[in-house]
Design a protein. Structure first.
Length: 313
């Protein structure tokens, strides 16, 4: 056995020397490499399989992590989009309110709704303006579309507003088309007012606009209140059944206008406007009429020009 090992070792040394010094064994080495290639591939297969499995697991983990991250980002973007939609709507409402404020002659104060009375039989709101801001009892409140109600309780920094649809509230109104006066009474339904004691033969039509008449000195005249939605005439009854829908968005408005009126009645306001117009007309007439001294100087200048005219000829 030892002799065989010795011979094999000696043969190996000889083969290595011959392979290193000469090219005699190169074809044999190439053939052996061709024969052993499948064994190399089989030996490397578990390593490649392990690497492939590891890469797939890592790629799956990365995809799962990236998917979770994208979901979180999408959720955040959706939240921002929702907030953007809310801010856009608030911007639109504030612009509408600003346009309404420009149409109001009286001084106004913008207030924000911060609470609603939970009692379903009472239509009251809580706003973020109070006595420190000059709010007073009975102050008219409106939104971008029309009258909403009046202040019934004033606290230092907040106030309560009674809506026109409350069953205890009533407001003098007149039909904008023919100035027919009536009283609009709350029904407890936020979408309906009722006109009381209107004669069955009165000229009231569906679609007529009801505006505040200014009677009672509580609400300024001329503000939209409601639109007539139903007129029922019963010959057996002395009065017609007339229902109207408020023009103000009582259940949706968040920003309100508090009106500071001048306390004048419509007749006094009209008389004041007439006096201002007469004063303006008088001022215009005075500006258009030349002063007596200016008229004398103008006549003297004209006479001098006429006297000098023959000499030039």
């Amino acid at each position: 056995m030892t002799t065989r090992l010795l011979v094999l070792g000696l043969l190996s040394v000889v083969l290595m020397v011959v392979d290193a010094r000469f090219d005699t064994l190169k074809p044999v080495r190439n053939q052996m490499a061709l024969v052993l290639t499948p064994f190399y591939w089989l030996a490397d297969l578990p390593v490649k399989a392990w690497q492939s499995a590891t890469e797939q697991l890592n790629a799956r983990s990365e995809l799962i992590a990236e998917n979770e991250r994208l979901k979180a980002e999408a959720l955040l973007m959706q939240r921002r989009l929702q907030k953007l939609a809310t801010l856009t709507e608030q911007n639109v409402r504030l612009r509408e309110l600003l346009n309404s404020a420009e149409l109001v002659d009286e001084r106004v104060l913008v207030a924000e709704l911060i609470g609603v009375d939970p009692n379903p039989f009472t239509h009251r709101l809580l706003i973020n303006k109070g006595g420190q801001d000059g709010v007073f009892l009975g102050q008219p409140v409106l939104d971008a579309s029309g009258l909403m109600g009046q202040v019934v309780e004033v606290m230092p920094y907040t106030a309560r507003v009674l809506l026109i649809t409350d069953s205890s509230h009533s407001i003098p109104v007149q039909i904008n088309r023919n100035s027919l006066r009536s009283i609009a009474v709350g029904t407890g339904n936020p979408e309906r007012l009722e006109l009381r004691h209107v004669a069955d033969t009165a000229d009231v039509r569906v679609g007529d606009l009801l505006v505040s008449s200014g009677l009672g000195q509580r609400f300024p005249a001329g503000y939209p209140v409601a639109t007539v939605t139903e007129v029922r005439n019963d010959p057996s009854q002395a009065f017609a059944v007339i229902n109207a829908e408020p023009t103000a968005k009582l259940n949706r408005s968040r920003y309100l206008l508090l009106v500071f009126n001048d306390g004048l009645s419509p007749e006094q306001r009209a008389e004041k406007a007439g006096e201002e117009q007469r004063k303006a007309d008088t001022d215009d007439a005075s500006a258009a009429t030349p002063a007596p001294e200016a008229a004398v100087e103008s006549n003297q200048a004209s006479a001098a020009e006429q006297a000098a005219a023959p000499e030039d000829n």
